[in-house]
Ligand binder design. Structure first.
Ligand SMILES: [Zn+2]
Length: 146
């Protein structure tokens, strides 16, 4: 077979695989957003600056492919249909750097750090769990103010 024919055939195959991956990712996002909007009355999400994140070399690929923005949009329109409240938490809210126990906010927390000790109250915090608790508290606070 001629080289250019093989090239075009491979290109087509690769495009097919890409489409398949995209479809299955979208299906997964639909399924997850359906489950969440069925199960919960309130959903709080971080309003992440995806453009800024995509400029960060370490996070570039993670944010390009994970479909977070698309997922949040799915959550929002499905929530509207079901009477679920979806709130975006301000992107500047320090969910990771704030100790959920005492409210102390540290100046800096590097991306690779999974656990840290609050210098004020000496609590050992898991980065993701601590951030999730802060997001929930912030979401509930904002919800009652609105
Ligand atoms: Zn603390």
């Amino acid at each position: 077979m001629e080289k250019s024919i093989i090239y075009h055939k491979k290109k087509k195959e690769i495009a097919k695989i890409h489409n398949k991956i995209q479809r299955s990712r979208r299906d997964r996002l639909h399924k997850l957003s359906n489950e969440m909007t069925n199960k919960y009355d309130y959903i709080f999400v971080e309003d992440i600056d995806l453009i800024a994140l995509s400029k960060n070399n370490k996070l570039k690929n993670a944010t390009k492919d994970n479909g977070y923005g698309e997922f949040v949009k799915m959550l929002e329109y499905k929530a509207k249909e079901k009477g679920t409240v979806v709130k975006r938490i301000d992107r500047w809210y320090p969910s990771s750097k704030r100790c959920h126990v005492c409210g102390n906010v540290i100046d800096r927390l590097d991306i690779g750090v999974k656990e840290w000790m609050c210098p004020a109250c000496r609590t050992l915090l898991n980065r993701d769990i601590n951030a999730a608790i802060n997001i929930k508290e912030e979401g509930l606070k904002k919800h009652t103010v609105d």
